[in-house]
Design a protein around this ligand. Structure first.
Ligand SMILES: C[S@@+](CC[C@H](N)C(=O)[O-])C[C@H]1O[C@@H](n2cnc3c(N)ncnc32)[C@H](O)[C@@H]1O
Length: 225
């Protein structure tokens, strides 16, 4: 019994999970991602973590329904605070704001290690997350744009590389999607371009010489669609 547990967003996350890895799914809610990956045979075990009791109960119900309860360890915790560093190899944090995802990573010092494969799916403020990753030594290895519920999102695949970098504005807003030309990536670029121009216009209407706003316009002009 299964399937179609995953919508486009979680499907895109699932693609970045490595075969035979042990996945920690932080903010698991219904645990669709780990349950589906176990049912597909891509992974054998997972940790389903959530800060709230109700979602974790839902996670347990899903695991019971699909008969994979004994393959998942359930943790009621904030971020990775209830997980030891050797318990997993791949980490998914999906369906939260970019700032919250960055905070969860920041609060987990051991995640700064290249053995972890990070799959991060911000619902908002993807730019804040990209900037955090760059400035804290994480490399964005790949990104995929996707459409779900008529909205456009990104999934970021990252790993620790020690290389702390200044993040330029174009990379902050587009990351690896600047290299992509598929339909969803183009829609993402269009959205970013429009929002940068709108933001710049708002600032310039109050301060005609604002350098930051001029920079936003220059960045928007670099986005080729
Ligand atoms: C919108 S759901 C996302 C569920 C699933 N990951 C997805 O993408 O469909 C967000 C979940 O994250 C949990 N959450 C929020 N902050 C958290 C934190 N600091 N640590 C762990 N879980 C958290 C919430 O309780 C909620 O169940």
């Amino acid at each position: 019994m299964k399937k179609n547990l995953l919508d486009e967003r979680l499907l895109a996350c699932a693609e970045f999970v490595r075969e035979k890895s042990v996945l920690a799914d932080v903010g698991t809610d219904h645990a669709y991602l780990p349950v589906s990956l176990i049912l597909d045979g891509k992974i054998e075990r997972a940790l389903a973590c959530d800060i709230n009791e109700k979602p974790l109960e839902k996670a347990k119900e899903t695991a019971q329904k699909y008969d994979v309860f004994d393959k998942i360890s359930f943790r009621l915790c904030d971020g990775l605070k209830g997980v030891f560093e050797n318990e997993f190899s791949d980490l998914a944090i999906a369906g939260m704001g970019g700032e919250m995802i960055a905070k969860i990573l920041e609060n987990c010092p051991y995640i700064k290690c290249d053995k972890y494969n990070l799959i991060l799916q911000p619902m908002t403020k993807a730019n804040v997350l990209r900037k955090f990753l760059c400035e804290n030594g994480f490399e964005i290895v790949d990104e995929k744009a996707l459409k779900a519920n008529s909205k456009i999102y990104t999934v970021i695949n990252a790993k620790y590389s020690k290389n702390e970098q200044k993040c330029d504005l174009l990379f902050e807003y587009l990351g690896k999607l600047s290299e992509k030309g598929d339909e969803n990536a183009l829609a993402y670029k269009r959205k970013v371009k429009n929002s940068l121009l709108k933001k710049a216009k708002g600032i310039l209407s109050a301060d005609k010489e604002n350098e930051f706003a001029k920079n936003l316009i220059k960045t928007a002009e670099k986005i080729k669609i």
